[in-house]
Design a protein around this ligand. Sequence first.
Ligand code: NAG
Ligand code: NAG
Ligand code: NAG
Ligand code: NAG
Ligand code: NAG
Ligand code: NAG
Ligand code: NAG
Ligand code: NAG
Ligand code: NAG
Ligand code: NAG
Length: 399
Amino acid sequence: MAALRYLVPALAVAGRAVAQCSNAATTTLQSAGDASALASCSTFSGSIAIATGTTDQIALDGIQTITGSLTADNATQLTALSGSSLEIITDAFSLSSLTILTTLNFPRLVEVGTLDWTALPALQGLSFTTGVQQASSVSIQNTQLNTLDGINLQMVDQMTIANNPYLNDINMQLGNITQSLILEANGRNVSATFPNLEWAYNMTFRNVSQVSIPSLASINGSMGFYANFFSSIAGSNLTTVGGSLSFVSNEAMTNLSFPELTTVGGGLQVANNTALESVDGFSALKTVGGALDFNGNFSSVMLPAISDIRGAFNLQSASDISNSCNHFQPLSGSNNVIKGTYTCSGGESHPGGTGTLSPGTNTGGGSSSSASASSSANVVYISGATGLMGVVAAIFGML
Ligand SMILES: *[C@@H]1O[C@H](CO)[C@@H](O)[C@H](O)[C@H]1NC(C)=O
Ligand SMILES: *[C@@H]1O[C@H](CO)[C@@H](O)[C@H](O)[C@H]1NC(C)=O
Ligand SMILES: *[C@@H]1O[C@H](CO)[C@@H](O)[C@H](O)[C@H]1NC(C)=O
Ligand SMILES: *[C@@H]1O[C@H](CO)[C@@H](O)[C@H](O)[C@H]1NC(C)=O
Ligand SMILES: *[C@@H]1O[C@H](CO)[C@@H](O)[C@H](O)[C@H]1NC(C)=O
Ligand SMILES: *[C@@H]1O[C@H](CO)[C@@H](O)[C@H](O)[C@H]1NC(C)=O
Ligand SMILES: *[C@@H]1O[C@H](CO)[C@@H](O)[C@H](O)[C@H]1NC(C)=O
Ligand SMILES: *[C@@H]1O[C@H](CO)[C@@H](O)[C@H](O)[C@H]1NC(C)=O
Ligand SMILES: *[C@@H]1O[C@H](CO)[C@@H](O)[C@H](O)[C@H]1NC(C)=O
Ligand SMILES: *[C@@H]1O[C@H](CO)[C@@H](O)[C@H](O)[C@H]1NC(C)=O
């Protein structure tokens, strides 16, 4: 190691004529001069880091490919970082805690291994003219970005976009997401638009105002919508969810529409969507491999194609759901459609999830807590199911 001390100055001198274009360790840049010393390296083999104390603007002009990472962490005086010819960063493009970074200018960047940006409180926009099209993983959190123009991925394994309070538009051409997508706590009016997305492993949407997934045909794992602001959610081409599908606390949601969905491999949960009056958006649903758990303030639930629910069945509402309870109760039983524990109850002051009522409860009108039904298929007319209700239930049953 000691020998290195004598070697470094020699290399530095050589560097004036022939830049040192590779480094098995990381090359740390302190100044604009350190960056321009690399200008003749069309390929830089190794990783580049920006020193924490850097006050100069850093322009990595000349470099087209960095075979390692480009990192700036805690360079709190750095205002601008650019690379006029940089096209590829093989490993990570990692930026964190850059307090006053306002300019990020990479007009030719198309491919990065992973993109990980966090805590960039002054960064409002990107100058990525070509646009990043390939990255295995993208995480953008705690920035002031008001647009992601410049990041238009065709493919990604994992993407998290969270806590970017000025970001109101997320629109990508992605065809698939092989691991997961998480959107959370971005702009209050953020719309998430994925016009070409055909399949994803997992997706989670939180605090989103609009979701557009017109081509989505399948989810390998799970998909969940939590505390979003939209009034309507549709997955018009979605046929299969391998794991679970959840809609929780979407308080403005009045319309849920998944007309082609036939199979949910795990649980199907619709909970605390207080404005949802009718759960009628699963018109083709045949199979639920796990539990079906609906609770909220709806007055009707329609599952006209349902033929197999392998887990528990729980419907609880603040409203009268006699019609629905009367329809589903006869479908329960070990050889029947609903194979797990059956509960159905309306007029609940605190509609709860699976397991919060005694098994077998079937009190659609909610007027009597003792009207628990046995699992005998003959118990059709219970409290709340008056003559008119009975007729409605009969019609409903025939639909
Ligand atoms: C960030 O850099 C400043 C000075 O450059 C240093 O004092 C501070 O400890 C660093 N913080 C972290 C989390 O690295
Ligand atoms: C994933 O999407 C990309 C871009 O749309 C496409 O080229 C690729 O064929 C897709 N892969 C699979 C397995 O669907
Ligand atoms: C998908 O989500 C499930 C449930 O949260 C998790 O167990 C699984 O690891 C995730 N898979 C991927 C590929 O992200
Ligand atoms: C919210 O975004 C939509 C487009 O997604 C736009 O039409 C609407 O005007 C925006 N509302 C506000 C209050 O900015
Ligand atoms: C965002 O969603 C989470 C739950 O997923 C929720 O706890 C939080 O209150 C929501 N934030 C807003 C501003 O609605
Ligand atoms: C929906 O799926 C059908 C059949 O798989 C396909 O032809 C159609 O293009 C899809 N629609 C969209 C908007 O992707
Ligand atoms: C996820 O589903 C898509 C479309 O059905 C399929 O091409 C892909 O191989 C699946 N991925 C995994 C990991 O199962
Ligand atoms: C619910 O949304 C679907 C799909 O966007 C639409 O076709 C349907 O008319 C909507 N229903 C109501 C009652 O708004
Ligand atoms: C629904 O809201 C109630 C009351 O606020 C809460 O106890 C329950 O955990 C919520 N359910 C879900 C699935 O978030
Ligand atoms: C349920 O909806 C009814 C009207 O549809 C409304 O009067 C009632 O306040 C709602 N209850 C809750 C707990 O949201």
